[in-house]
Design a protein around this ligand. Structure first.
Ligand SMILES: Cc1cc2nc3c(=O)[nH]c(=O)nc-3n(C[C@H](O)[C@H](O)[C@H](O)COP(=O)(O)O)c2cc1C
Length: 368
């Protein structure tokens, strides 16, 4: 077939299609009219069908419009366009340098920069940063101040935060553990218990929350005996973290539905398979700051490991009380993990999304 013949039949087909479309148009309009007239859920479409449809269309493509046309390079959250470009370029091993000039407000409060020196620091021969350029040493020795039997100095200041087996798959946990071993950081178990997949060679921080998974007795309370056994059997567990609160779980606790509980998860967490497993909003082992400090000392005494806690910072009174008591007793947590600063993983009813050291109901009195 000649190209001209082909084009002719193509356009003839398109014209035919156009005719069909025009014939069907009244039916399409009638269908839309009936839908709009009977629409009782979207008043704007019911009263002003054309404007209403336009509004919903614009709303649905709003994120794209804002992202590509309206938003500046530094505007969006959690990652703005400049940050995303840097990530894309780095991941593709392309040039991720910035050229001369910047659209960043370098005078804004909180802008971090490195002060140049007249005589830049010259690492001594054999310095760890010469061997490994990405090495950022951790100056903190957890448990040293409180004279724990097995203090721990993490190799790196950047580590893997709590993500439980159960929320992450077997392969993901293995990959993280192997990655932690390669890069020399520690791997936090998250509150789903210690799984065999955490035992691929990296240092591990054992983390537990109100469900005490892996260290709970038959009634779901904390078991010191299980805690001691766990740390004795697994010498790669180098520190223990008690989860008090988390930005993503604002005071409501958590639930693992029965249908998601596999035999393996049940064994690792020490729970049954027949009903939903609850992580209550509050701890049963302690309920105030003095009791928390006693609990920390008890675990540290029994295991010899550094013990700290994780919390999101909200009201400051309890932190003040904690600091005062630590000063008075000259003891306390060996480290504190602060969560939720970036607010990137918050979920829950929006009025509850304010972190607290202990879950309680002040939000209701404040917000309702
Ligand atoms: C898949 C997943 C599982 C998590 N599991 C836990 C957990 O078991 N316990 C906990 O305290 N935080 C858990 N977190 C929260 C993280 O430890 C961290 O606090 C949170 O992602 C905020 O830090 P980021 O803004 O740096 O991501 C989990 C996060 C993710 C994404």
């Amino acid at each position: 077939m000649l190209l001209s013949d082909y084009l002719e039949s193509f356009f003839a087909g398109e014209v035919a299609f156009f005719h069909y479309f025009m014939a069907a148009l009244p039916l399409i309009l009638l269908y839309m009219f009936i839908r709009d007239v009977t629409n009782r859920r979207q008043t704007i479409k019911h009263n002003f069908p054309v404007i209403g449809r336009l509004r919903y269309l614009l709303e649905s493509i709003g994120p794209e419009l804002r992202q590509y046309i309206v938003a500046s390079n530094r505007e969006e959250l959690p990652f703005n366009r400049s940050e995303r470009s840097w990530i894309y370029a780095s991941a593709k091993k392309e040039n991720n340098y910035e050229g001369f000039g910047t659209d960043k407000d370098i005078y804004a409060p909180g802008h971090v920069f490195i002060n140049p020196s007249l005589f830049p620091y010259k690492p001594a021969p054999g310095h760890p940063s010469i061997v490994d350029e990405s090495f950022v040493p951790c100056a903190k020795i957890m448990g040293e101040y409180n004279r724990r039997k097995r203090p721990y100095r993490p190799y790196s200041i950047t580590n893997i935060s709590a993500m439980s087996f159960g929320s992450l798959s077997r392969n993901a946990v293995i990959a993280l553990n192997k990655g932690a071993l390669t890069s020399g950081c520690y791997h936090n178990t998250g509150e789903g218990g210690l799984s065999p997949y955490h035992a691929y060679g990296a240092d591990v921080m054992f983390h537990f929350g109100t469900g005490y998974f892996g260290v709970r007795d038959i009634d779901g309370n904390f078991s010191m005996q299980k805690m001691v056994e766990l740390t004795q059997k697994n010498s790669f567990v180098r520190a223990i973290e008690i989860k008090l609160s988390q930005g993503a779980k604002p005071g409501k606790g958590g639930i693992l539905p029965a249908k998601k509980i596999t035999k393996e998860i049940a064994e690792i967490r020490g729970v049954g398979m027949d009903k939903d497993v609850l992580s209550p909003a509050t701890h049963s082992a302690f309920s105030n700051v003095p009791e928390l400090l006693d609990f920390i000392e008890d675990i540290a005494e029994n295991t010899g490991l550094p013990v700290g806690f994780k919390a999101a910072v909200g009201r400051l009174e309890m932190w003040q009380e904690l600091a005062d008591l630590m000063l008075k007793r000259n003891t306390g947590p060996d480290f504190i993990t602060i969560d939720g600063g970036g607010r990137r993983h918050w979920r829950g009813p929006s009025f509850l999304c304010r972190p607290r050291l202990f879950a309680h109901s002040f939000c209701f009195s404040e917000c309702l």
